[in-house]
Ligand binder design. Structure first.
Ligand code: UTP
Length: 297
């Protein structure tokens, strides 16, 4: 029976250049979908999956992210005085218990694999999850929970996988599938950002992983891969060389690439429409602008 997964790494040390100039002073993970920062969606997903220890790999300029999880006594006092219990309840959902959360610095943005490796001493010898907060997934059962449940049966390593159009495959880590079992595939290879036309399948890895601690050992060699970065994909592919299992998990849900402007805007609309108090206004507005655009054509 595989070990339970109780630790998750949140690599948030990237530069977020696609959102400049905003990310000059606002960490990408603090940018909001409706009224909640990206990082809050990631934390909620992890909690639903049974995660108890939250490890952030941060970098210079991410102070706002650390502050976000602190208690805000002055604000809380003010809301209490005004009898705004509903807002107090919302604030409470963001508080983390002491010792539940840890921050490690990645001193240089050397790649996702390097960011994960920076947390190795906090992981020790147990399986762990990795969540990239800029992949936001709307799902009835959270994506990581689906994976944790599947992992309880399989052990090994597991990555979230999603079909992408062939022309987009070169932006992702792509799976070389050995056996397709429907929700799950077993993998015989993985390649990060394959050159156009060379992808082994159209099944791409997105930002949820459950990994064996052996992946951290694989990262020890700190070898650069695609784009000159130390790639997590390569360290997972090393597992296959050592005959350790890697599975791709086709999750149920809709993934938004909130690391890109277009994905972020789509997520804003989708999450706005999912809110009862916003739905009518927002959908009326969308209908209006579509009508105007059609009329102008
Ligand atoms: P991205 O590839 O989206 O890079 O990283 P980025 O720096 O965040 O954004 P752009 O491309 O410049 O706009 C994917 C995830 O890996 C983390 C990022 O914080 C993000 O969550 N990451 C990436 C690190 O923590 N360290 C790195 O060295 C690279």
């Amino acid at each position: 029976m595989p070990h339970r997964v109780t630790k998750a790494i949140f690599p948030v040390a990237g530069l977020g250049t696609r959102f400049l100039p905003a990310t000059k002073s606002v960490p990408k993970e603090i940018m909001t979908l409706v009224d909640r920062p990206l990082i809050q969606y990631a934390i909620d997903e992890a909690r639903e999956a049974g995660i108890k220890e939250f490890i952030f790999v941060t970098s210079r300029g991410k102070g706002a992210l650390e502050d976000y999880f602190d208690h805000a006594p002055t604000l809380e006092q003010e809301l209490r005085k005004k009898g705004k219990d509903d807002l107090l309840d919302i604030l409470k959902t963001t508080n983390m218990d002491s010792g539940e959360i840890a921050y490690i610095r990645q001193h240089k943005a050397l790649g996702l694999g390097h960011a994960v490796w920076c947390a190795r001493r906090l992981i020790g010898n147990e399986p762990f999850a990795v969540i990239l907060p800029d992949d936001v997934i709307a799902a009835e059962t959270s994506c990581l929970k689906q994976m944790v449940d599947a992992y309880a049966e399989t052990g090994g390593n597991m990555v979230a996988a999603m079909e992408v159009p062939p022309e987009k495959a070169s932006s992702y880590g792509v799976l070389d599938v050995a056996d397709d079992m429907g929700h799950m595939v077993s993998i015989k290879g993985m390649v990060e950002k394959p050159a156009p036309g060379t992808a082994p399948s159209n099944l791409a890895v997105i930002g949820r992983y459950i990994l064996s601690p052996n992946v951290l050992t694989n990262l020890n060699k700190l070898e650069s891969g695609a784009g000159g970065e130390i790639q997590l994909t390569d360290a997972i592919a090393d597992e296959l060389q050592q005959e350790n299992a890697v599975y791709g998990y086709r999750f149920r849900g809709q993934r938004f690439d909130c690391g890109s402007k277009s994905g972020f805007l789509q997520a804003t609309v989708a999450f706005g429409l999912a809110r009862e108090e916003l739905r009518d206004d927002l959908s009326a507005y969308i209908r209006d602008i579509v009508k105007m655009e059609n009329a102008a054509e």
